[in-house]
Ligand binder design. Structure first.
Ligand code: URA
Length: 209
């Protein structure tokens, strides 16, 4: 069941190089996240179910294929996940967008949900949870659990840069959730940052550093 898909495309590799480069400024960083997210949306929807539909072309009757289920829901984990939404929507323009925000309780160290707004029929849709970095996996693991608590059963996790520790954490807690990465880096440092990584994705996206 545990599935990890790491993108293997020269354009993704090329864009990842610029994304990681410390000289890349906020505007270009944002554009790169957008472009990589588009390519990841393409990859993450490859198994989308289709049904046959009868239509007429201007010349004759024919059968075409169309999506079989309700639109998926893109769920960015606040705040860095927001940077991936536009790119995903360019490929899946009819998708809904939900939001989830978590913080870590300083005493218990447990993730606490501080914001969650989702479509009402969420349990009938596939969810694509997005967050650029899969580091310790703590936030994604908790966000996925909070979503499962709302009766969602079909969830994918799409992150741009990951590391083995993060993938392992998700696979252990949620073996049913397919993990998509644009690239995998070798390790985490003692502060939970991916190495070589790209620094703080939220700060680089929003120019807060
Ligand atoms: N979050 C980030 O923004 N960067 C990391 O390297 C790890 C977590």
């Amino acid at each position: 069941m545990k599935k990890l898909i790491v993108m293997d495309h020269p354009l993704v590799k090329h864009k990842m190089g610029y994304l990681k480069d410390e000289r890349t400024e906020t505007k270009q960083f944002r554009e790169l996240v957008n472009e990589i997210s588009m390519m990841m949306a393409y990859e993450a929807t490859k198994d989308m179910m289709l049904k046959e539909v009868d239509i007429k072309t201007p010349l004759q009757d024919t059968v075409v294929q169309q999506r079989d289920y309700k639109n998926p829901v893109i769920v960015p984990i606040l705040r860095a996940g927001l940077g991936m939404v536009d790119g995903m929507l360019q490929v899946i323009p009819t998708a809904k967008v939900g939001h989830i925000g978590l913080y870590r309780d300083e005493e218990t160290l447990e993730p606490v949900e501080y914001y969650c707004k989702l479509p009402v029929d969420i349990s009938e849709r596939e969810l694509i949870v997005v967050d650029p970095m899969l580091a310790t996996g703590g936030s994604a693991k908790a966000a996925i659990q909070f979503l499962k608590d709302r009766n969602v059963s079909r969830i994918k996790l799409v992150c741009i840069l990951g590391c083995p520790e993060g993938v392992e954490a998700i696979h252990e807690a949620h073996p049913d959730v397919d993990v998509y990465l644009a690239q995998m880096d070798p390790k985490l440092n003692d502060h939970g940052y991916i190495l070589p990584g790209l620094g703080d994705a939220g700060d680089r996206l929003f120019g807060t550093k």
